[in-house]
Ligand binder design. Structure first.
Ligand SMILES: Nc1ncnc2c1ncn2[C@@H]1O[C@H](COP(=O)(O)OP(=O)(O)OP(=O)(O)O)[C@@H](O)[C@H]1O
Length: 265
């Protein structure tokens, strides 16, 4: 049974997460409802991936309470896959999602596996290339199949770690549209780590911005302002709007410095 739309999928209350004896943040209180799209922003090392790992149950909060209801899917950061990428077909990679969720043998399992894989591949519109060796696919095609792998678990909460990094703007847009459609049709909540606010701005409900142990959370209009980001960084950060885009100047992070401050397409 799926979580009702008005019940939270995630309830974080006064959470602290410390790693290696260093608190990444304290006092994080956040409730996430079905269908919500939350972007997680912040400089390198601010704890974005660690937040996802905490929601996945891989890291334990050092204080406070973490409640996650329902099934969770995970789209990891892009990395060289352990398996030989030429030996693994796209369909096989998607199938690993089913295998990880349930063990089974025999024709019944195989038939169920095939059905789940085909449905997930169809959802990301990847049937055309899914039988090719994974390593020969483009970055965008590979990323669509990673999303399909996460969808085999029919997640109510989908955690995405920079799913658009190293994709061209068109492929990144495609992934976003796909995820946005999924949250609208299935009520899947998205927690989406990204260094690029502009591509997600049209979709996002709230932004969680982590910097040096502190955070702010709110709508993009509330968070992405000169005053709020300057207070968060503890130094002058300018946020300007150019048309529908945000330009962030002066944040002390390679991804947000002046040269690259038009964040994404
Ligand atoms: N298991 C661990 N033990 C100790 N320290 C860790 C562990 N995992 C991560 N860290 C440290 O915690 C900090 C946050 O790491 P995390 O990967 O969550 O940051 P991030 O915001 O996702 O960074 P990036 O933008 O570079 O991906 C980093 O300083 C990292 O070195």
């Amino acid at each position: 049974m799926r979580t009702p739309r008005d019940s939270p999928l995630v309830e974080l209350t006064d959470v602290e997460l410390s790693l290696g004896g260093r608190p990444l943040w304290r006092g994080l209180t956040l409730s996430i409802r079905p269908g919500e799209f939350i972007a997680v922003l912040g400089p390198n090392g601010s704890g974005k991936t660690s937040l996802l790992r905490m929601l996945l149950g891989q890291l334990r909060a050092t204080a406070g309470s973490v409640e996650v209801a329902g099934s969770v899917g995970y789209v990891p950061q892009q990395h060289a896959d352990d398996a030989d990428p030429l030996a693994v077909r796209g369909l096989d990679l998607v199938g690993f999602g089913v295998d990880g969720a349930s063990w089974g043998v025999g024709w019944r399992h195989r038939r169920r596996r095939r059905r789940l894989v085909a449905a997930a591949v169809a959802q990301v519109d990847a049937a055309r290339f899914a039988s090719r060796p994974f390593g020969l696919l483009s970055g965008g095609e590979q990323q669509r199949l990673r999303v399909a792998q996460a969808l085999t678990r029919d997640p109510e909460l989908l955690l995405c770690d920079e799913p658009m990094s190293s994709l061209d703007p068109g492929s990144g847009q495609r992934i976003l549209e796909l995820l946005d459609q999924r949250r609208r049709t299935e009520g899947t909540a998205l927690v989406f780590v990204t260094h690029e606010i502009n591509p997600v701005l049209p979709y996002v409900d709230r932004v969680l911005y982590l910097v040096g142990g502190r955070f702010v959370i709110g709508t993009p209009d509330e968070v992405m302002t000169t005053d709020v980001l300057s207070a968060l960084y503890g130094s002058r950060v300018d946020v300007a709007r150019i048309g529908a885009r945000l330009v962030v100047l002066g944040a002390e992070d390679g991804h947000h410095c002046a040269d690259e401050s038009v964040l994404g397409g």
